[in-house]
Design a protein around this ligand. Structure first.
Ligand SMILES: Cc1cc2nc3c(=O)[nH]c(=O)nc-3n(C[C@H](O)[C@H](O)[C@H](O)COP(=O)(O)OP(=O)(O)OC[C@H]3O[C@@H](n4cnc5c(N)ncnc54)[C@H](O)[C@@H]3O)c2cc1C
Length: 386
């Protein structure tokens, strides 16, 4: 077992790190201040560097690399800003992977090259007002009429809502109850009858748009079906990879807070010496470092074991759950170690802490991951309704 990255991977990591620091730092400040997603000029830079769809097949314009390389890229950009990293997350872990794995060749060719060139951003919409953790309670209905589908319903909390150009929407494609009737379709933003509610604002995630989405007799071609009714299990398998992207975003918040505070404690002096010379401060840093390393190894395990396929539910849920928990802890410790400066908006840590908190809700709550982990231990799902 080799725990080190190879030369190409280190070089990719270094290239993206330099690019993110030099080209994205100022943009990140603007995104946070204005709470607006990055425009297409940034996507063009990503595309030129080859960091959109890192792990998508080359024939669709992707990088043809492994999930591990996608993790390395995402972490470096997300350390600067999770909002700026969002299009990379969506193109290498989120909805693009569902399209790449399950959609027809026609739909893949229609959507994926545009994602990889930065022409469009695609978001995923699963949650509804009455269907969060209980996702299989979703009611958005997609009625098949000959060559078309007619969609009616309401969605909530979609990251990118109103800003993204295309949406992978989970909906009911048959009358079968529960998970059996669920599939997913691809809907373009400008489709008649598809509208957005007012912009929602989270505690963190500034620059990641969110709004309710309404479907009022939205008529699209049947060829936009990504997964037909009965394919919920497949969608959840693709979601196992999404969890690794979520874990990486969490890790990036934690790692960048730690990196910042490691310098800070060596510079900040109290009682006539740098605060790193107090043993209590040393212990905090050691605990932060142990958790960061463990989290990184869990993410690497999930994606490396998946190889070119999709990670297992057990390993991806462990990686997500751990990263979601430690990012809250590590960013919190970083804030505490900076005293009043940590709590001030003049310094980056308060933002890191706000951003960090959201990942343990997005993509399935921490406790739902623990239920997944227990299921994978004994090889059967627990029915939450009985
Ligand atoms: C920042 C952010 C981004 C998001 N982005 C997206 C997106 O892009 N697309 C999308 O579709 N959705 C998105 N979501 C929605 C997210 O997936 C849901 O918020 C999440 O699944 C939880 O659902 P809920 O909010 O309805 O909470 P609920 O399901 O009401 O859960 C509330 C609490 O009850 C607990 N709980 C519920 N059921 C159980 C159970 N059976 N066992 C134990 N505990 C339980 C949960 O753990 C949680 O702590 C996002 C959310 C956030 C905060």
């Amino acid at each position: 077992m080799d725990f080190s990255l190879n030369e190409e991977q280190r070089s990719l990591q270094e290239t993206v790190k330099k690019f993110a620091k030099n080209e994205l730092t100022e943009i990140a400040k603007k995104v946070e201040l204005e709470d607006k997603a990055v425009d297409k000029s940034v996507l063009k830079k990503f595309s030129d560097l080859g960091i959109l769809g890192v792990n998508l097949p080359k024939k669709y314009g992707g990088g043809g690399m492994s999930h591990l390389e996608a993790v390395l890229v995402l972490e470096e950009v997300a350390k600067i800003s999770i909002a700026i990293a969002f299009p990379i997350f969506e193109s290498s872990f989120g909805p693009a992977l569902a399209i790449s794995n399950f959609a027809s060749e026609e739909l893949r060719n229609h959507v994926l090259p545009k994602i990889c060139s930065g022409e469009i951003v695609v978001a995923v919409s699963m949650s509804e007002p009455q269907a969060g953790s209980a996702l299989t309670d979703l009611t958005t209905n997609a009625r098949i009429e000959k060559d078309h589908i007619v969609i009616n319903g309401q969605k909530r909390w979609c990251s990118g809502a109103g800003h993204a150009d295309g949406y992978v929407v989970y909906c009911r494609l048959s009358d079968e109850p529960g998970s059996k009737g669920i599939g997913a379709v691809y809907i373009e933003k400008e489709t008649n009858g598809f509208t957005f509610g007012k912009r929602e604002h989270h505690m963190g995630f500034r620059g990641v748009h969110s709004a309710d989405m309404y479907f009022d007799n939205v008529r699209i071609s049947k060829s936009n079906i990504i997964v037909p009714a009965g394919g919920f299990k497949k969608l959840m398998e693709a979601f196992d990879l999404e969890r690794c992207g979520n874990s990486t975003m969490s890790l990036a918040c934690a790692q960048s807070s730690y990196d910042y505070v490691l310098n800070y404690v060596q510079e900040r002096k109290q009682f006539g010496k740098a605060i790193i010379d107090f043993q209590a401060v040393q212990l905090q840093l050691a605990e932060m470092k142990m958790k960061l390393d463990a989290s990184r190894l869990l993410i690497y395990r999930a994606v490396v074991n998946a190889d070119k396929s999709l990670p297992s539910i057990g390993e991806s849920s462990i990686a997500k759950c751990f990263a979601n928990e430690i990012t809250r802890e590590v960013t919190g410790k970083a804030m505490q170690l900076m005293g009043g400066y940590g709590y001030s908006k003049e310094f980056p840590i308060e933002q890191k802490m706000r951003d960090a908190w959201g990942w343990g809700i997005a993509g399935g709550s921490i406790d739902i991951q623990k239920t997944n982990i227990a299921s994978s231990l004994i090889g059967r799902r627990f029915d939450q309704r009985k």
